[in-house]
Design a protein around this ligand. Structure first.
Ligand code: HMG
Ligand code: MG
Length: 298
């Protein structure tokens, strides 16, 4: 059975723009977020309060967040540590996300920590966020394969997932950071997480589309009962600290499939496509989304 409704967690302004070579002006980012909200998206990840040298593309978080704070949608932001949470709370953010890794190689590359050191860094962040009534998402990267370590054993993913949930995260987002997952692997991981006490209701999926499997993987997750799906408008994205990561599942491709399945998302596909075409013009190259290309004759 498929869910009646899916909540799309839009990551284009964060996961998408963090990977752009050229700097996108802060006002263009703000306009992007406003247009995404006008297209009906209700959860729009805005930016990251990370070290500006690690992700210079999002170094304008302090300038951007106040420009969009009044947009009537949820605006989660990434925070890796206490310093990041301080910055987010100073601007009255109400949703934050910490981001763990299932593999040692990526924990080192992305956070300059071992897996367990990173978890130790997040624990007080999550505790303080919860004490402030802030919603916490726990991202988990490299849930399927890792560019340095190859296929990632399910038990490794389960261990870190449980640690994030035990810490108090409200939801988990399972990241296929480099886009190597296939449908059977997705179903296997979800089943194992359920067996270990992590309920499907707490799980979102975050697929990158490197091998063109993101939609198939999403359908497998929906069949398992998942109702939160991450996607990025126009298929923008990647991760600067994971070689071979390409863009996320395009939100337009996702909405096209969900519409066809009769699943409600609240998104206006025409407006969303127009937004991605507008952003593609700013970035100077066409959107990689098949649906954007088909609907815009790009
Ligand atoms: P570090 O170098 O170990 O930092 O980096 P540190 O803790 O040793 O601190 C060094 C200095 O940085 C200090 O300043 C801190 O104050 C400052 P000093 O005392 O030397 O003057 N500092 C900060 N400044 C501003 N904001 C902060 C902050 N933290 C420390 N938050 C650190 C550790 C975690 C900071 C660094 O590794 C980092 O910022 N990493 C972020 C990487 C990132 O954003 N990656 C992309 C997001 S993850 C992703 O895309 C995957 C995902 O999409 C899911 C998927 O696809 O799998 C979510
Ligand atoms: Mg990602």
């Amino acid at each position: 059975d498929l869910p009646a409704r899916v909540r799309i967690h839009e990551v284009g302004a964060r996961d998408g723009l963090q990977n752009e070579k050229g700097a996108v002006p802060t006002e263009v980012k703000a306009e992007f977020i406003r247009r995404l909200a006008d297209a009906g998206l209700t959860t729009i990840e805005a930016t990251s309060f990370v070290h500006p040298k690690w992700v210079p593309q999002l170094a304008d978080a302090e300038q951007l967040f106040p420009l969009v704070r009044d947009v009537p949608v949820e605006l989660p932001v990434l925070v890796p540590n206490a310093r990041g949470l301080d910055r987010a709370l100073a601007l009255n953010a109400t949703r934050v996300a910490v981001f763990a890794s299932a593999t040692e190689s990526f924990a080192k590359a992305n956070l300059n920590r071992t897996v367990d050191e990173a978890l130790a860094m997040f624990a007080p962040v999550v505790a303080r966020a919860k004490a402030e009534q802030v919603h916490v998402r726990g991202y988990l990267s490299m849930c399927f394969g890792d560019p340095w370590e190859g296929p990632v054993p399910v038990h490794q993913v389960v261990r870190v997932s449980k640690a994030l949930m035990d810490m108090g995260c409200d939801e988990l987002s399972l990241g296929d950071t480099i886009g190597v997952a296939t449908a059977a692997h997705v179903q296997d991981l979800l089943s194992r997480l359920n067996e270990e006490g992590v309920p499907t209701s707490a799980i979102g999926v975050h697929f990158h589309d490197t091998y063109g499997q993101a939609l198939a993987n999403t359908l497998a997750a929906l069949q398992h009962g998942v109702t939160t799906v991450d996607a990025s408008a126009g298929g923008l994205g990647g991760c600067p600290y994971a070689k071979s990561a390409t863009g996320n599942l395009a939100t337009e491709d996702l909405v096209w499939m969900l519409q066809g399945l009769g699943i409600d998302t609240g998104v206006d596909l025409g407006r969303l496509t127009a937004t991605s075409v507008w952003m593609a013009d700013h970035l100077g190259r066409p959107s990689p989304s098949r649906t954007v290309r088909a609907l815009s004759h790009q």
